[in-house]
Design a protein. Structure first.
Length: 570
């Protein structure tokens, strides 16, 4: 078997990108990016380029700000109100600054330096500090190259305690809820107001399609007793409100407005408020489109009330990581998958795939330390296929294998990796991936969540895909990246990995980082994050499907996907 790679490198990268550096700061500093899509200005923009200031605060690591070719330069972001600022992340392009200051200001004119360096090394720099201001800027005084200075992203972290009462907690979890209407049909079954208060980002409340796609609308919660409300969090579905008020009441009849929004942006919005009441309502006055209103989450924080504690969040993986589960496949040739670790998923599969997954007839070890998932063209179509309970068909042209750990083992967070030699040629679709356990407990895909650690298309031999799918980003809209290695992945084994914690994920192939995903950025730009729960592992070698297309005359059978090992560290 191959020697395990050194632990900690990719997981350390994830920690550096999305977590504060010190334990003291971690207890006080928030994780959301306060600069995301905030108004940004700069001292200059590279002549004739599209690299504007806004490109450094758009949450897209593929766009950037670039300055004129001179010193000094600066990039400034307006947080909209005075905030307690505790950290910043700078993702430099190759044209970085060796000397710069981070500064805060109340008015955008008079600046206080909260961090400075003359030995900047570029790359991704996660910096912690303390300061207060409405404006934050990076002020550069020395360039590393003959060009200007350029940032892919400039993220700003703010304190979680800024002005909120001591002892603030979630007050709304599973409390009685009511709404102007709710949807219960094929498009959104059982989308009651309670679904916005269940602390489950995979379920939502929506207004009724028949009577509720009008203005105004509302959703309210009974906190059980009088409370001092300090914060409200709204995670919107695409059917969001551009105009609304947050209101409190002592009797559920007379309402006091404690916050008004006239330019709502959807996605995740967090509001610091101050109000007293037993009831809290979001009074919705203007829709963003032709549909109604819909919220994945409506959370009320403060003191008092009669709170029910929400489910505890799983702890992040330890440091150093330790191996908690593995299958090395070191068994004699022909051994079927270990029934204590894997079960075969039998049937035709999804996505217009052409194979029939058998009961381990296509999964066996090769005696050289590998599990084989073999895709075959059947000489006598139908001979290896019992009647499929889903399709009712008893014939198939291809057979293959799909193994899952569901019911055997699942994990929340960790390093999950496999060393795989993929199958090849047109029409083959090998994959190493994960699904949320709740897909077998009534949560449909994509709300259940999907983590694709490796997908390979035989028609694209040199590329492999790493992607996540959730309720508002799935299929072709999933969040992912591709790595082209310039040669066929099927020629050799490759190490596919995800490092995953409560702040996000880092995907890598052969120890090269391919994709970094920040939870707070996803919530603020794409939709709810459904990856703070147990997921199980899947291995499969599909034939055909709506993405890879069918085999053709060039396709060679049988095709073997070889798995050297699968390992989970926490």
């Amino acid at each position: 078997m191959r020697t395990p790679i050194r632990l900690g490198a990719a997981f350390a990268l994830l920690t550096a990108l999305v977590m504060p550096v010190t334990a003291v700061q971690a207890a006080e500093c928030g994780t959301a990016n306060a600069a995301l899509n905030a108004p940004a200005t700069a001292s200059s923009v590279e002549t004739g380029s599209p690299f504007t200031a806004a490109s450094a605060v758009d949450g897209n690591a593929g766009t950037r700000w670039s300055s004129a070719f001179s010193d000094p330069q600066w990039l400034r972001v307006d947080l909209g109100a005075s905030r307690e600022v505790c950290g910043a992340t700078l993702q430099w392009e190759a044209a970085y600054a060796t000397a710069f200051q981070l500064q805060v200001s109340a008015d955008g004119s008079t600046w206080t330096t909260v961090h400075q360096t003359t030995t900047g090394a570029g790359g991704t720099q996660n910096i912690t500090f303390t300061g207060t201001g409405r404006y934050v800027r990076v002020y550069t005084t020395a360039r590393a190259t003959q060009y200007g200075v350029s940032l892919w992203e400039f993220a700003v972290r703010t304190g979680t305690t800024g002005g909120n009462p001591p002892g603030e907690q979630l007050l709304s979890y599973n409390k009685p809820a009511s709404a102007s209407s709710f949807q219960d049909d094929g498009a959104c079954p059982g989308c009651t107001p309670a679904k916005a208060l269940d602390f489950n980002p995979a379920t939502r409340w929506a207004t009724n399609a028949t009577t509720g796609w009008v203005d105004p609308g509302w959703i309210s919660v009974d906190l059980g007793a009088t409370a001092q409300v300090s914060k409200v969090v709204l995670q919107w579905d695409p059917a969001f409100a551009t105009g609304f008020q947050i209101q409190t009441s002592t009797d559920n009849t007379s309402w006091t407005t404690i916050h008004t929004v006239t330019n709502g942006t959807g996605f995740k919005q967090t509001f610091t408020v101050s109000g007293t009441g037993r009831y809290v309502r979001v009074n919705l006055t203007k829709r963003s489109g032709q549909y109604g209103y819909s919220l994945w989450e409506f959370q009320v924080y403060g003191t008092g009330g009669s709170p029910t504690p929400p489910p505890a969040q799983a702890p992040d993986p330890g440091n150093p990581l330790r191996l908690v589960w593995s299958d090395e496949f070191n068994t004699p040739a022909g051994t079927r998958p270990d029934a204590a670790k894997w079960r075969p998923e039998i049937g035709t599969g999804q996505n217009a795939e052409l194979q029939y997954y058998t009961d381990n007839r296509n999964a066996f070890t090769d005696g050289a330390g590998n599990m084989v998932l073999e895709a075959r063209r059947e000489v006598t179509p139908g001979s290896a296929c019992p009647v499929d309970p889903v399709s009712g068909s008893g014939t198939c042209q291809y057979t293959s294998a799909r193994l899952i750990t569901e019911g055997k083992a699942s994990w929340t967070y960790g390093r999950i990796e496999a060393n795989v030699k993929v199958s090849g040629t047109k029409g083959l679709w090998p994959a190493f991936w994960m699904l949320g356990n709740d897909i077998f407990k009534g949560t449909p895909w994509p709300a259940s969540g999907e983590i694709d650690i490796m997908e390979h298309l035989g028609r694209e031999p040199n590329t492999a895909y790493q992607t996540i799918h959730g309720p508002a980003y799935f299929g072709g809209g999933g969040i992912g990246q591709v790595r082209d290695i310039g040669q066929d992945y099927a020629n050799a084994f490759h190490l596919f990995r995800v490092d995953w914690n409560s702040k996000g994920m880092v995907f890598s192939i052969d120890n090269v980082t391919v994709l970094t995903i920040d939870k707070a950025t996803v919530e603020a730009t794409r939709g709810p994050w459904v990856f703070d729960k147990p997921f199980f592992i899947l291995l499969n070698n599909a034939v055909g499907g709506d993405w890879p297309g069918p085999p053709d005359a060039t396709t060679v059978f049988p095709q073997r996907m070889l798995v050297d090992y699968v390992r989970v560290y926490q």
